[in-house]
Design a protein around this ligand. Structure first.
Ligand code: NCD
Length: 308
């Protein structure tokens, strides 16, 4: 059995057994708190701090709910109102917060590698959990997407998955690729305009396709991604209606996928740009299931790194 995790900064190098343990634990926790509302006390007396340097609705709220539902105390540092705005460096903010005796810090930052840097800089035994660092990693998103697919399509060895959109700037795409390939998925297709594809050697196991009709043909799950304007130059931005024509998921394209293909998106969605409303709100959409699973996966991760 792989050793218990102390931090979670990326899914790279995480063995299959560790990923499966976290997914099993998320399912167990979901059953233990029926409807997600019953509170457990396994993390009573533990303190968790969230620090989000980039906007978030789903990730931050679900981490906070996850910690509370396990009985931990939670503090959310408001970056805009913090001394970060007075020029305090990350290392000093980190050591200041550590001096208040925290058990875990959940961090989102625009700079790739921030969570790993915090693991290196930390002076106490604080656990660091990455909630997204630039375009690099978003491990809990990879886990919750794998869990959502597993609930519907448990045999990953024959699964076909397409990931479409702004892959180059997407930590979600990287996390999903890592999770799914580690769990044995062999057919993963990446589809994006040429300027939004990652370097071909970054994911040698995935096929890169420019034509979405071709990429989606026969897939069991399609993961759509937002255009991450915050990581692009204004000049790189495609015209929204032309983009939707070529790379948007509409009912005609979805009909090319396998019957009952799971429609996924990490959110926030941009209706009419990467996904049509009929599809986002349609019967094959798993988007809100992903959100629900996010709470259980984050409970599993907190429980793994913090349980005594
Ligand atoms: C994503 C993120 O922040 O990386 N959202 C999320 O965590 N659910 C995707 C995005 O912002 O497009």
């Amino acid at each position: 059995m792989s050793p218990r995790l102390r931090h979670l900064t990326t899914l790279d190098h995480l063995p299959r057994s560790a990923i499966e343990r976290l997914l099993d634990s998320a399912e167990h926790l979901r059953d233990a708190c029926a409807h997600g509302t019953r509170k457990l006390d396994v993390l009573a007396g533990r303190t968790v701090l969230t620090m989000f340097f980039e906007p978030s609705t789903r990730t931050r709220t679900s981490f906070e709910l996850a910690a509370r539902r396990l009985g931990a105390d939670v503090v959310n540092l408001d970056i805009e109102l913090s001394s970060v705005r007075k020029g305090e460096e990350l290392v000093d903010t980190l050591h200041t917060l550590e001096a208040m005796h925290l058990d875990a810090i959940i961090v989102r930052h625009a700079q790739p590698g921030t969570a790993e840097a915090m693991v290196r800089l930390a002076m106490s035994g604080v656990s660091v959990i990455n909630a997204g660092d630039g375009e690099h990693a978003h491990p809990t998103q990879g886990l919750l997407d794998a869990l959502t697919i597993r609930q519907h399509r448990p045999d990953f060895s024959r699964l076909k998955v397409a990931i479409c959109g702004d892959i180059k700037h997407s930590r979600v795409a990287r996390a999903d690729l890592r999770a799914l390939t580690t769990l044995g998925v062999q057919d993963i297709r990446l589809c994006a305009p040429p300027a939004m594809l990652p370097p071909a050697d970054e994911f040698p196991d995935a096929q890169q396709l420019a034509d979405f009709d071709q990429a989606i043909a026969g897939v069991d799950a399609v993961i759509m991604l937002r255009l991450q304007k915050e990581r692009m130059q204004a000049t790189d931005l495609p015209d929204p209606s032309a983009y939707f024509q070529r790379y948007g998921l509409d009912p005609r394209r979805l009909a090319l996928a396998a019957k009952g293909c799971l429609v996924m998106h990490p959110g926030p969605i941009n209706r009419g740009i990467e996904i049509a409303s009929e599809v986002a709100d349609g019967p094959q959409s798993r988007i809100l299931e992903q959100v629900s699973n996010g709470v259980f996966v984050r409970m599993a991760v907190l429980n793994e790194v913090l349980a005594r």
